[in-house]
Design a protein. Structure first.
Length: 298
């Protein structure tokens, strides 16, 4: 058991376990993804990881059939010559695809996940947590967002992309598991469970959630210290008004949320067609679903 014992106390918020497909862009063997995977299992979900065999950061929505691997996978996590896709033999829910994040998500939805779900499709797709923030224009190039958007746009599966500001890569078996990996995992599971508890459809059509966590620091080092703020991805100077909340019809940009003093995590409703901010009507649905969790910036 690699998960810190406090994960046992993550509130499930009345959620029931659902079928979740998970990907990322930093690679299947990156610790942030593994901690989140463990946290989803700990809160009762039926989750399968299908992520790139190595770091494919910055590959946006690229999607190409996987080629057989010649060299070993990231951090020596698979032997050389392991074929185009593979899995951890003793933990078969952990899978790699020798291609891009969006391709890994596609294989997870079509081929890998259904092997665990009696042929059924996932009910929710998650990506990350990414090593490093995905804010503003970076959202467009992010493979983590690319994987989530593939699920939302091409497959109509509600999807959430998670990113954490604290950087520094960690192999899956780094011991003890880093505090930042555990904090991000717990936060990501908390939001996932809030979305699940809000009932179906989990998200409006054609959107994804772009979630960014601030730095895990001396001041913000426990999931219970973090607060959630509804945000927008890009500056809205020429955009139509946002949903009305916190006494305003312009949401803060996510950059200003995660950089604010305090421990504020941003939740933006993204348009899966162009990865910009979704219109007010769709924001309103998410605001209603997550209202109890959200707070206003001071
Ligand atoms: C992946 O590569 C990007 C830059 O290409 C880097 O910023 C990131 O830290 C790398 N991630 C891992 C897990 O190696
Ligand atoms: C595979 O799973 C086993 C057992 O869960 C674990 O000990 C090992 O570190 C994992 N290896 C990789 C590359 O995921």
């Amino acid at each position: 058991m690699r998960v810190g014992s406090f994960l046992a106390f993550v509130p499930v918020l009345g959620a029931h376990g659902i079928r979740i497909i998970q990907s990322n862009d930093d690679g299947w063997a990156e610790q942030y993804a593994r901690s989140f995977h463990d946290a989803l299992i700990a809160t009762g979900h039926d989750v399968v990881l299908s992520a790139p065999a190595e770091n494919k950061s910055g590959s946006g929505s690229l999607d190409l059939e996987p080629n057989p691997r010649k060299s070993s996978c990231q951090y020596d996590s698979c032997p050389p010559g392991s074929g185009p896709i593979g899995r951890n033999a003793t933990s078969p829910r952990l899978n790699w695809v020798n291609s891009y994040p969006a391709t890994s998500m596609r294989y997870g939805i079509d081929t890998i996940g259904p092997q665990f779900w009696n042929g059924e499709a996932p009910e929710l797709a998650v990506a990350g947590p990414n090593v490093g923030s995905n804010l503003n224009v970076a959202v467009y190039f992010s493979g983590t967002v690319g994987a989530a958007v593939y699920a939302a746009k091409a497959r109509g599966i509600p999807a959430i992309a998670f990113s954490g500001k604290t950087t520094g890569t960690l192999a899956w078996d780094t011991s003890p598991v880093s505090q930042r990996s555990l904090v991000y995992a717990e936060l990501a599971a908390q939001l996932t469970n809030a979305v699940v508890a809000s009932g179906t459809p989990y998200l409006p059509d054609g959107v994804f959630l772009n979630v960014n966590f601030p730095e895990v620091s001396d001041k913000c080092n426990d999931a219970s210290q973090f607060k959630w703020v509804l945000s927008r991805i890009n500056l809205g100077v020429f955009s139509a008004p946002d949903v009305e909340t916190c006494g305003d019809r312009r949401l803060p940009i996510e950059l200003s949320v995660v950089n604010r003093d305090g421990c504020y995590a941003s939740i933006s409703v993204g348009d899966a067609n162009d990865k910009t901010t979704a219109p007010a009507a769709k924001q309103a649905v998410v605001l209603k679903k997550l209202g109890g969790l959200l707070t206003c910036l001071p």
